[in-house]
Design a protein around this ligand. Sequence first.
Ligand code: SF4
Length: 213
Amino acid sequence: MPEIVETVQGEGLHTGVPSFFVRFQGCSVHCFFCDEKDTWVRRENNSIEIDADEIIDQLEVMNPLLKRVTITGGEPTEQNILALIERLQAKSYAVAIETAATGDYTQQILDNKDLFVTFSPKQVYSPSSKIQDERIWARADELKFVIANKEAEEYLMQVILAKLKDVGNKCPIFLVADWYNQADCTAQIVELCKQYPGHFRMGFQLHKVLQLP
Ligand code: SF4
């Protein structure tokens, strides 16, 4: 069973919106700045065999009025969560996913047209990880990109902007500072926002600042 918490979204377009967070274990991306390293390892009885109905029963016990679920990790596309997403939607939940699109199930997950997709590309930090479905560039409803070094800026300008332009996706791009190097990275983001007005937004992680679950 993945970790399930009821809280408020702290990032992106839905900041402040109440949501369940279903957090799956397992991530092979291994970003150096990751602040959730304990999610890298798949634990016994976690995520591999997912009982969608069991999860939904738990949500309904926790708060039957809340009909929003954000699926995250780890890297959730490394799990077979298709049935869970479909069962949640059949029960009228709005379902969002936060992903680097690197897992084996990316393609099937992106086939689900009703999913709100937060895309967080990580190739510049993890060259061995590969985007499994290029449709992610068109499907992203918002893009979250962590600025953690100077190389990130080159990737942002030469890859991210170019890919989004190619597919005509004008989704908002939130630039988020490396949590462990806030001062330098925030200054870098402010400069980018100033140099390219209309392209980027400063991304905040209010759940961390406010120490929400
Ligand atoms: S993709 Fe996310 S969970 Fe995985 S290592 Fe990177 S920041 Fe951590």
